[in-house]
Design a protein around this ligand. Sequence first.
Ligand code: CDP
Ligand code: ZN
Length: 158
Amino acid sequence: MYVGIGYDIHRFVKDRKLILGGVCFDYPLGLSGHSDADVVLHAIGDAILGAASLGDIGELFPDTDDKWKDISSQILLDKIMELVWEKGLCVNNVDVVFIAQEPKISKQKKKMERRISELLKVEPERINVKATTTEGLDSIGRLEAAAAQAVVTLTHNS
Ligand code: CDP
Ligand code: ZN
């Protein structure tokens, strides 16, 4: 069993779609970033890369490369999974926490888990999406940003 950790944070901006865990949210602000800034998928991607000893998202998809500009993070996660499978590994389970004052994601959590499970090719029962606010404290509490933390375990493909 291999364990990896991931953390990411993006700034809220106007005129950008909000996509979290591969699910589009109806919210007046989006997250800024070189790709679509899906902070949930970025934290999961980094945790997967960590568990597989494959570095991190920034190394694989540098924000200096226009190839990755505005790209869907679902495509980035697809590429990460190709590398993981090539190593003879697969995802055992994922636990991710979305940290934001707004939007509340409770109603969309199951949909996010389903989408993540499709991307990682595991049963939805092995994916857990949680959320918390920062109780109005810090930049996240001031609605300036949203963050995510993830822990992933990988096992050998049998
Ligand atoms: O301290 P605790 O996380 O229990 O409380 P909170 O930050 O006020 O969040 C209460 C609940 O709201 C959490 O258990 C989450 O399920 C949910 N929540 C959410 O759906 N979306 C967020 N952006 C933040 C919290
Ligand atoms: Zn990111």
